[in-house]
Design a protein around this ligand. Structure first.
Ligand code: PAF
Length: 285
């Protein structure tokens, strides 16, 4: 496994793989890798011949006062995890390498239709930072396929839109959420939770599962599904609900009715102390 810290070295390694006829896969990450990330690397290896993993805590997707400085960083363990998962290349640039002129006056890419709601309403500059860094990574590594986790549902919807709107050659693959045995979605931020908050955070999965089962049983009224989704979370005193919504999976527009043939997803976000967690479930295929 090659480790590249410069754009030139990463570009050269991916280009060489492409020229050798290998299909290149990319798993963009911010490090602090957990089994959810390993599943993304495995998915990339299944779909392609050469897997690059980027490890970069991207400053432009954190707003003022957010956890950029304290975001978990664990490079040595991450490199071991990438090697064990069979990655071919790890790209681990510095912030100066990615933003040589600083972040304040950088060029940004925006997907306005999907970046102002939900996570974007709470974190107004988050998605332009995500879209910008992902586009830069696509340009550096020219992946045939890029694999993202379904946990960040809005992120993958927005990156699909960016890829379509800009006619990018990369195919976006969304991998299902990887959960702890008790149902909590794996997240690099779970390490911040106290034991009580960790217990309360299970209510996210409980609400989503109750909503999904209600739809399976024939409930089509989106407001009733929202109430079912919210109830377990609102009953936790450790939890502050930010949103619990039922939306179209592509446009993220709020739904009145859940219909077969239209992709619906339930999205939740809640704070447990200072830790914000998100989760989701598809309500229809
Ligand atoms: O999902 C993440 O970890 C980040 O938002 C991403 C896609 C690596 C961009 O920094």
């Amino acid at each position: 496994m090659q480790v590249a810290v410069t754009i030139a070295a990463a570009r050269e390694a991916a280009l060489r793989a492409g020229k050798a006829g290998l299909r290149v896969g990319l798993v963009p990450t911010m490090g602090a890798l957990h089994p959810g990330h390993v599943a993304l690397i495995e998915e990339s290896r299944r779909l392609t011949d050469f897997t690059a993993v980027s490890i970069f805590v991207n400053p432009t997707q954190f707003g003022p006062g957010e956890d950029y400085d304290r975001y978990p960083r664990a490079l040595a363990e991450d490199l071991r995890a990438c090697e064990a998962a069979g990655a071919d290349l790890v790209f681990h640039p510095s912030a100066e390498e990615m933003y040589p002129r600083g972040t304040a006056a950088a060029t940004f890419v925006e997907v306005p239709a999907l970046s102002r709601v939900f996570e974007g309403a709470i974190r107004p500059t988050h998605f332009r930072g995500v879209a910008t860094v992902v586009l830069a990574l696509f340009e550096i590594l020219r992946p045939d396929v890029a694999v993202f986790g379904q946990k960040d549902f809005q992120q993958q919807a927005l990156l699909r839109r960016m890829t379509a709107d800009l006619h990018l050659a990369t195919t976006i693959v969304t991998h299902p959420i990887v959960r702890e045995p008790d149902g909590l979605a794996m997240s690099s931020r779970n390490v911040y939770l106290t034991p009580e908050q960790r217990r309360a955070a299970l209510s996210l999965h409980q609400g989503l599962e109750a909503a999904r089962l209600a739809v399976v049983a024939g409930e089509a009224d989106a407001d009733r599904v929202r109430r079912i989704l919210r109830a377990p979370i609102e009953s936790q005193k450790e939890a502050t609900l930010d949103y619990a919504e039922v939306v179209d999976a592509e446009t993220l527009g709020k739904l009145d009715h859940i219909e077969t043939g239209r992709s619906a997803v339930a999205l939740v976000a809640a704070r447990f102390g200072t830790t914000r967690l998100i989760d989701n479930v598809r309500l229809t295929e």
